[in-house]
Structures are given as structure tokens and as C-alpha cells.
Design a protein around this ligand. Structure first.
Ligand code: BDR
Ligand code: CA
Length: 309
């Protein structure tokens, strides 16, 4: 079974990603690290606990990481994810869970011990801090998947900026400069993963409890997407990064040298040298194609048909 660490900022779609990961037998989640992003890090920690409680997996350790981006002032995404970061579902707090160490310490200690896949579905501040503190631990990462960036698709918080890279572009730049190969699950593929009311209606008879829970945390997200871009549904980015690890045939793309812009109107832009102008070794696999129906079939079979739900 593949050992996985999920670095996240829950977050509505991060929560769906955790639900998918923890219902999938191909992967063993050995830890969840939290970064400030959609929510401040303390709120992200509390939200992760709420999700783990719902799926009866409070055995999974959670570690809080960075509270601020490296250089830019922190900007949350509560306008997108609701005042509680979980679509204003205001789930009950989960008391009595202590973190044993901070996220950077956990990553530093764990990554050198055993081959591990990292799935980063928030800003990459924790990994930039890890590179500064313990570069050997970062180099030991077996496979690094990042939900973030965009190749040809429009940005979601500026014309060219995807939120995770826009939020901490210096961190993203450092990670791209140090990675052997990063798998970029950007908006080109995630914008196609649109959860609709029709999909939820079809899930309901199979598993009302889980479908009700998903409705509860996504209803705010539906409204946000309608106001923002008149979309009848919501884009659930983060679970696609998990699905890609479970079944890499869900996405395909190409390898290219990639760097991240940090300032001005292009802040957070992922610049992909698709035509090899710079003759630099490829450091990224840019995923551009996605089998949408394969994704939803996988999500349904794991999260909705899951026997313990
Ligand atoms: C990314 O930004 C966040 O709002 C989502 O959780 C996702 O990780 C999409 O741009
Ligand atoms: Ca996220």
C-alpha cells in the first residue's frame, strides 16, 4: 500500500479530498499536515478533525504547519469556503485531540524513514520551510503531487493566478526549483471536476448520510460559484489530486520546465516552457487532460458506496 502524506488547508474541497483518500485501500494516509490557506491554520486543524470524526478516522495524526506565507501578507479564502471554512455548516468542534509535533518536524522526521508520496492541496509554504530546514527530507519524497497552478486555463483569483500558488508564490517557486518532478494538477484539469445537484441527487438513494453531509458543506460553494462565474455546480479541485494518485490514468499531460511568478499582475502564474525555449530539464508533469467520468465513478465507489458510511 502506498504511504501518503496530505498537506491541506480545509477548506470544502480539501475535506472531500480527505474523505476520498481515507476511503481508498490503495493508499495509507500516515499523516495530515495543515497550512494556512483557505483558512487560518488553527481553523484548518479544527476542520480536519471534524472531517476525520465524520468518517471515524480520528486515528490519523494531524500536524499544524505554517501560519503565514513566506513573504506575502496572509489572505484567507473564507469568501469561497464560508466563515468556518466548511461552507458555514458549523459542525460541532471536536475536543481532546493534541498534535504531537509541528508539521515541519513531522515531515522532516518521516520523509527520510520510508518512501512516501506527498499530495499538497494547499499553498506550499510547509514544503518551502522544509527545504530551508532539511533539504534531504524534501529530496527523499518519492512522488510529489501539487494541486495548483494553471497552464492554459483562466486563473481563479487573478487572470493567471490559481489560489494555492497565488497565496504563497515564493513558496511555490522554491518548491519548483528544488523538485525532481512535481505533478501539477492545475485548473486545466480541476475546472472540469464540477459537482452538480444532479450528481448529488443520484448519490442520495445510495448513501443519504454521506450525501447529506456533502450537501451541507458544499451548499455555500455552489452559491459562490454561481455568483462568481454563473456555474451551475461547484469546482471540487482537491479530490482530483487524490484520485490521480489512486489511478494515474485519470489524468494525462506532458513534462516541461516550469517556474512560478511571484509579483505584480502575474503573481502566482505557473509559467510552463511547453516548447522548450529555455532548454532546461523538465521539473514538472503538467496534467492537461482528465477523464471526468472516471473521476466521479471512483469518487462514488469509494466515498458513497463505502460500507462504513
Ligand atoms: C485551490 O484553492 C483552494 O481554494 C482550494 O481548496 C484548492 O486547493 C483551488 O485553486
Ligand atoms: Ca485546498
Amino acid at each position: 500500500m502506498r504511504k501518503v502524506i496530505i498537506d491541506c488547508d480545509p477548506g470544502i474541497d480539501d475535506s472531500l479530498a480527505l474523505m476520498l483518500a481515507l476511503s481508498s485501500p490503495e493508499i495509507e494516509v500516515i499523516g495530515i499536515t495543515i497550512v494556512c490557506g483557505n483558512t487560518p491554520v488553527d481553523m484548518g486543524f479544527e476542520n480536519a478533525k471534524k472531517i476525520l470524526k465524520f468518517i471515524h478516522r480520528l486515528d490519523i495524526p494531524i500536524y499544524k504547519g505554517a501560519t503565514q506565507p513566506l513573504k506575502k501578507p496572509y489572505v484567507d479564502a473564507l469568501d469561497t469556503h464560508g466563515a468556518d471554512g466548511l461552507g458555514e455548516s458549523f459542525l460541532d468542534p471536536v475536543p481532546g485531540y493534541e498534535q504531537k509535533m509541528d508539521a515541519i518536524e513531522f515531515l522532516s522526521k518521516t520523509l527520510k524513514q520510508e518512501p512516501c508520496t506527498v499530495i499538497a492541496i494547499g499553498p506550499m509554504t510547509n514544503f518551502a520551510q522544509l527545504i530551508a530546514k532539511d533539504p534531504a527530507a524534501f529530496e527523499a519524497i518519492d512522488t510529489f503531487i501539487s494541486m495548483g497552478g494553471t497552464y492554459k486555463a483562466h486563473g481563479n483569483c487573478s487572470p493567471v493566478g490559481e489560489y494555492n500558488y497565488w497565496e504563497d508564490p515564493e513558496a511555490a517557486k522554491i518548491v519548483y526549483a528544488h523538485t525532481k518532478m512535481i505533478h501539477m494538477i492545475g485548473l486545466d484539469v480541476t475546472r472540469q471536476i464540477v459537482l452538480t445537484h444532479e450528481i448529488l441527487d443520484a448519490w442520495e438513494p445510495k448513501n443519504k448520510k454521506v450525501t447529506d453531509f456533502i450537501r451541507k458543506i458544499t451548499s455555500f460553494y455552489f452559491t459562490f460559484h454561481w455568483h462568481q462565474e454563473h456555474l451551475k455546480g461547484c469546482v471540487i479541485n482537491d479530490p482530483l489530486a487524490i484520485a490521480y494518485v489512486i489511478d494515474p490514468s485519470i489524468c494525462s499531460g506532458f513534462k516541461a520546465y516550469t517556474d512560478i511568478e511571484t509579483d505584480g499582475i502575474t503573481r502566482g502564474e505557473s509559467v510552463v516552457d511547453a516548447y522548450d525555449f529555455y532548454h532546461k530539464p523538465a521539473n514538472a508533469k503538467i496534467l492537461t487532460q482528465v477523464d471526468v467520468s472516471k473521476f466521479f465513478t471512483l469518487f462514488e465507489s469509494r466515498v458513497i458506496d463505502h460500507e462504513e458510511n
